[in-house]
Design a protein around this ligand. Structure first.
Ligand SMILES: Cc1ncc(COP(=O)(O)O)c(C=O)c1O
Length: 431
């Protein structure tokens, strides 16, 4: 069922220009097999030291755009599911794959030794220690590692919210039914009067049986940013473990894990970090590593070292090593500027639709509560109809369907230009 809902996010439309490869029909329209394979990066991205005025500087963002080999005949405003890698990251991934494949059994070990330096860069980006961070494949895997690795027993309670990501929500339902746990499901108002409303919602839900509180940092459907630091502090006071789903917040807004002071944090790097698909992480507070066992036991499931979670079999070190370049590229621009820019891009189209009688926006315009993801609903038109109509105008957006959410999701990226948001506004006004 859920997979049907997720299908709109999975469509990646690409039409290459310079090298025409025969189209193949995959059942949902003709997609070419390869993109522009002879793309050559013209120059490295230079970012001025003073970033103060960059948010609205289209000349600068055009330079950022040139780092991407994406199909610019389509305005891709569907980036919250997965983002493209910029060319420096693709190049780094290719080099790592080529090296790995020269003598796989030998070079794998050479590459494995370099992973620690990737973790070092990540720990600096996220404000934690390198001993608290493990590279996994994605947020789903990281969240499930905590659900199944904590010693939760019959009668214990987990708190989640209706607006958590669909497969995180079903993962909580699943473990609750298997282990006979109780599940408290909160309903988060999309535009609360202030942060305290949300903190109180979570705080008041904590009960004597609550063992784990899961909170999403940025809700994927609406882009709403939650006050995770305050929510985690309230849970800590009651001795409740906290797991933050950071799939949408990492590399999208500034994050410092030690400041948030959560117990566990899960994230994916194929979203806003623009890293290789199938790269993600789990953070476990140092003092708690011994209290969580890995899903795949390996040799030392009860150890107090984070590498016990790395025992999920053979996987691509090349993808993980390419994260080094993804972080380098990201840091040049910075999470702070990305937050500002994506918020600004969304403001551009929102401004032009604020008096529209049929379109209602469900994401706050306050930069403290939102960034690159905005959800709207139309009183007359189904989201899928809007997606199709925009698609005909070469504008790619996603539909968001989950529980009582049934809307259209707009998520630009750092390669998006202001003029493209103007085209979106025009197209929405013509619906
Ligand atoms: C908030 C949130 N959590 C979890 C996930 C799952 O991410 P992944 O598929 O990378 O595991 C997503 C994916 O969109 C998400 O938005």
């Amino acid at each position: 069922m859920i997979h049907k809902f997720l299908i709109p996010f999975l469509y990646l439309f690409c039409m290459e220009r310079r090298k025409f490869i025969k189209n193949v029909s995959l059942g949902f329209g003709a997609l070419p097999l390869l993109g522009n394979t002879d793309f050559v990066l013209q120059e490295a991205l230079e970012v001025p030291a003073d970033k103060g005025a960059l948010m609205k500087d289209e000349k600068f963002w055009k330079k950022v755009r040139k780092q991407f080999n994406v199909d610019f005949s389509v305005i891709n405003l569907s980036n919250a599911g997965i983002s493209p890698m910029p060319m420096p990251v693709i190049n780094s991934l290719q080099q790592a794959e080529i090296f790995a494949n020269k003598t796989p059994t030998v070079n794998r070990h050479v590459q494995e030794k370099e992973i620690i330096s990737v973790k070092g860069d990540l720990s600096k980006l996220l404000g934690c220690s390198v001993e608290e961070l493990v590279l996994l494949r994605n947020t789903t895997e990281a969240v499930n590692t905590i659900f199944w690795g904590l010693d939760l027993a019959e009668g214990d309670e987990i708190i989640i919210a209706k607006q958590d990501y669909s497969l995180v929500y079903t993962a909580a339902e699943y473990i609750a039914s298997k282990r006979k746990l109780s599940l408290k499901i909160l309903d988060i108002p999309s535009m609360p009067e202030n942060d305290q409303v949300l903190v109180d919602l979570y705080k008041n839900a904590l009960g004597p049986k609550t063992k784990l509180l899961l909170v999403t940092h940025m809700i994927n459907w609406t882009g709403q940013i939650l006050p995770v630091k305050e929510i985690c502090a309230a849970a800590k006071e009651k001795g409740v473990y906290t797991l933050v789903d950071g799939a949408q917040s990492v590399a999208h807004i500034s994050i410092n894990l030690h400041e948030i002071d959560c117990d566990f944090f899960a994230a994916s790097f194929h979203k806003w970090l623009c890293g290789p698909p199938g790269t993600g992480m789990l953070y476990v507070k140092k003092s708690l590593i011994g209290k969580v066992t890995p899903i795949h036991p390996g040799l030392h499931p009860y150890s107090s070292f984070i590498d016990k979670f790395e025992t999920y079999g053979t996987h691509s070190f090349a993808a993980q090593l390419a994260l080094k370049e993804a972080i380098r590229f990201h840091e040049k621009i910075s999470s702070g500027l990305i937050h500002q820019r994506l918020h600004y891009l969304n403001q551009l189209w929102r401004e032009q639709l604020k008096d529209h009688s049929q379109i209602k926006i469900y994401t706050s315009s306050d930069i403290r509560f939102s960034a690159g993801i905005v959800l709207f609903m139309h009183s007359e038109l189904e989201p899928s109809k809007i997606v199709q109509t925009l698609r005909k105008k070469n504008i790619l957006v996603g539909s968001a369907l989950w529980k009582d959410i049934n809307g259209v999701r707009i998520s630009p990226n750092i390669y998006t230009l202001a003029e493209e948001m103007e085209r979106l506004a025009l197209a929405l006004n013509e619906l």
